[in-house]
Design a protein around this ligand. Structure first.
Ligand code: ADP
Ligand code: ADP
Ligand code: ZN
Length: 211
């Protein structure tokens, strides 16, 4: 069966971390709309110019822009056996659009208590070269501030500051949390306790999605 998987959860819940591990395990692409947007900002494309300030404030990029890039991405041949969407959909309109493009069969909701989120994000570090994710306390790199995989110096994302994180959480509660009911009603929402070691969270996901 094709594995069409959506990762859902607040910012910092661990969606990207798990999606990367799942992508390696299942051999299907990890599609992060946040990564695609950051790439567009870095390259200075038309999309990037539109998205930059919105992202810096922690608001959402307009649905039609993001829907268009996701549709194009899902049409590529590497998605034929399935894919893992991370950071999309984030609004009801995006979820409805996704339904019109392809059928989702697993929605993995990673739940982490809100009071833990800020600490997760302000201490998050990312590799600007290969996208690997670290946490200064919970998942530190082996060598100080250097990526384990490629040796590149790690960076902190512009939107991982306390003020912007709080706004991102508010936006999540206002616009994205409604998707929990949307998918629960269809019987495809699987809630996973994300406040455990990374490998234990992965194990619970594999129990749902299969070996
Ligand atoms: P999201 O994609 O949901 O925003 P990330 O996967 O980037 O979240 O994780 C946010 C931060 O929390 C990162 O610094 C990551 O290393 C750390 N993290 C991820 N999963 C766990 C976990 N199970 N326990 C502790 N820290 C984690
Ligand atoms: P997170 O750590 O919260 O998972 P992401 O990397 O998914 O962060 O997203 C970073 C930013 O990119 C968001 O705050 C938002 O501005 C923008 N973004 C990413 N995905 C979407 C989307 N599906 N719809 C609208 N905006 C998005
Ligand atoms: Zn790297």
């Amino acid at each position: 069966m094709k594995k069409s998987i959506v990762m859902l959860g607040a910012p910092g819940a661990g969606k990207g971390t798990q999606a990367k591990l799942m992508s390696e395990k299942y051999g299907i692409p990890h599609i992060s709309t946040g990564d695609m947007l950051r790439e567009a900002v870095k390259e200075g494309t038309e999309l990037g110019l539109k998205a930059k300030e919105i992202m810096e404030r922690g608001e959402l990029v307009p649905d039609d822009l993001i829907n268009a890039i996701v549709k194009e991405r899902l049409a590529r041949p590497d998605c034929e056996k399935g894919y893992i969407l991370d950071g999309y959909p984030r609004t009801k309109a995006q979820a409805e659009f996704l339904d019109s493009v392809d059928g989702v069969n697993f929605v993995i909701f990673i739940h982490v208590p809100e009071e833990l989120i800020v600490k997760r994000l302000v201490l998050r570090r990312t590799c600007p070269n290969c996208g690997a994710m670290y946490h200064l306390e919970f998942n530190p790199p082996k060598r100080d501030n250097l990526c384990d995989k490629c040796g590149t110096p790690l960076i902190q994302r512009d939107d991982d500051t306390e003020d912007v994180v709080k706004n991102r959480l508010a936006v999540y509660n206002e616009k994205t949390a409604v998707l929990l009911d949307y998918y629960r009603n269809r019987g495809i929402l699987y809630k996973i306790d994300g406040n455990r070691p990374i490998k234990d969270v992965l194990q619970s996901i594999v129990q749902v999605v299969g070996e």
